[in-house]
Design a protein around this ligand. Structure first.
Ligand SMILES: Nc1ncnc2c1ncn2[C@@H]1O[C@H](COP(=O)(O)OP(=O)(O)OP(=O)(O)O)[C@@H](O)[C@H]1O
Ligand SMILES: [Mg+2]
Length: 222
């Protein structure tokens, strides 16, 4: 479903050139739950942005669902981002002036889905993440864990090929983080492909496969 070959990412800062990713090799199969574990500054978000087609590598080949990403136009990339990838961030990134259902519906508005259908989908997904009694609540009326579950429902709304999560429990306490991980485990059992980035060993262990990133290199772990 996803394959990266010799992915290099360099940043030019004035005179100095820094190589953040030094030849990443990564394959993820459909239905896998992979976590990418690494310390701060190791290049996790840089890698996530490339996986999510938000950024392009300096060199190397990235193939997602059979398409060579470097060959696509900005318009085609935008389509992949909105249809194939469900993003989940540490800071939830919900829109404050929209309630839970409206936040979940938003990607479907962009996808041109008619109101009736998208309202139904949003309700089903909020039910799915255990928030059926919070459908009309605004983000500031929800706990951190509830906001993250709204964000997960939103990420699922377009039925994406991959769920891509960058430190999804980073802003949550241990118990709430645990609940979010239980939800990820359920989604994995239902056959979702999940790629999760974290610096937390105990969070990473939820995945069926843990890959380590250190100084721009990836290593498989047992
Ligand atoms: N746009 C940029 N320009 C220059 N350097 C950058 C840029 N983005 C990231 N970097 C550098 O790349 C390195 C890796 O950053 P990245 O955000 O990928 O780390 P991370 O593993 O996600 O860290 P954290 O766990 O703290 O989120 C850092 O040293 C950072 O300074
Ligand atoms: Mg990061």
């Amino acid at each position: 479903m996803l394959s990266m070959k010799n992915i290099v990412k360099k940043y030019q800062m004035g005179e100095e050139e820094q190589t953040i990713l030094k030849g990443i090799e990564l394959s993820v199969k459909e239905g896998e739950f992979v976590s990418i574990l690494g310390p701060s500054g190791s290049g996790k978000s840089t890698l996530m942005n490339i996986i999510g087609c938000l950024d392009s590598p300096t060199s190397g080949e990235y193939v997602l669902s059979g398409r060579v990403i470097a060959k696509l136009s900005e318009k085609e990339l935008a389509k992949i981002r909105s249809k194939e990838i469900g993003f989940i961030f540490q800071s939830f990134q919900l829109l404050p002036r929209m309630n839970a259902a409206e936040n979940v519906e938003l990607p479907l508005v962009y996808a041109g889905i008619p109101p009736k259908e998208r309202i139904k989908t949003a309700k089903n997904l909020l039910y799915r993440v255990g928030l059926e009694n919070r459908i009309s609540y605004y983000p500031n009326q929800l706990s951190g864990g509830q906001q993250q579950r709204v964000a997960i429902a939103r990420a699922l709304s377009t039925n994406p090929t991959i769920l891509l999560a960058d430190e999804p429990t980073g802003a949550l306490d241990q118990k709430t983080g645990r609940q979010v991980m239980d939800l990820f485990n359920e989604l994995h059992r239902e056959g979702r492909t999940i790629i999760m980035i974290t610096h937390d060993e105990s969070i990473a262990e939820n995945a069926s496969r843990v890959v380590r990133i250190l100084d721009g290199n990836l290593m498989e772990t047992e």
